[in-house]
Design a protein around this ligand. Structure first.
Ligand SMILES: Nc1ncnc2c1ncn2[C@@H]1O[C@H](COP(=O)(O)OP(=O)(O)O)[C@@H](O)[C@H]1O
Ligand SMILES: [Mg+2]
Length: 218
């Protein structure tokens, strides 16, 4: 299993009150598998995805990447090598072109210069935006921005892709196109893809659907 979560619990404290968002979640995903994780707003989807992505530490439980516990010592390496993220709001730098946004993400992962340029060109072609490389985000449509964000997640060949409501800011037709593209690219390169969402369209591209409710999976 490329990504596993064992007995994940997460509590937030506000003043003297503590409340449990995640109450013991076991989850796993294989390479090449696409999972839709559904749940209503406030059910803990973003919290759980952030824990899977080693951005947020669980109160209890472990995340395993390729069988190894993601402990503090390994976190930097894991974030660089193993994980790619796609967000609802695209999160592109407005002053960087589409290609530069991808190159920048590669630079952060330690991939630089010509190697980064070639990899960025490869993935921007893969999402069908080879002719939009030099465009700034403001000159791209929502669907195009999300395709750049998908390219950025794919760049560097991380085996695990995590997406947080990637269709929430897209209309239905464009959302479907983006999901189908995302599915095809993840499958082609044998990546694991976890999409958290309350968009029922995501089911159509998923191999498996799990639901989060009251802090547990069903
Ligand atoms: N950093 C935080 N501090 C306190 N409460 C939080 C924090 N992050 C999330 N929460 C709370 O945890 C619950 C789940 O949030 P979230 O994971 O964002 O849900 P979803 O993504 O499913 O809408 C919500 O009640 C939210 O207010
Ligand atoms: Mg959320």
């Amino acid at each position: 299993m490329i990504l596993e979560a064992k007995e994940i619990r997460k509590s937030f404290t506000e003043g003297k009150e503590s409340f449990d968002v995640l109450r013991g979640i076991d989850f796993g995903v294989e390479r090449g598998e696409i999972v839709s994780l559904e749940g209503p707003s406030g059910s803990g989807k973003t919290t759980f995805l952030s824990i899977l992505g080693c951005i947020l530490t669980p109160t209890k439980g472990d995340v395993l990447i390729d069988g190894e516990v993601a402990n503090a010592k390994k976190l930097n390496d894991i974030r660089k090598r193993s994980l790619g993220f796609v967000f609802q709001q695209f999160n592109l730098f407005p002053s960087l072109t589409a290609l530069e946004n991808i190159e920048y993400a590669l630079n952060v992962k330690g991939i630089r210069g010509r190697e980064a340029r070639l990899e960025a060109e490869r993935v921007i072609e893969a999402v069908g935006l080879g002719d939009r490389q030099a465009f700034l985000p403001r000159d791209l449509s929502g669907g195009q921005k999300q395709r750049v964000a998908i390219a950025r997640a794919l760049a560097g060949k991380a085996p695990i892709l995590l997406a947080d409501e990637p269709t929430a800011n897209l209309d239905s037709v464009v959302g479907t196109q983006v999901l189908e593209l995302f599915r095809a690219l993840a499958k082609k390169e044998n990546r694991a893809l976890v999409i958290v969402t309350h968009d029922p369209k995501v089911r159509a591209v998923a191999d498996r659907v799990v639901k989060i409710q009251d802090g547990r999976l069903s």
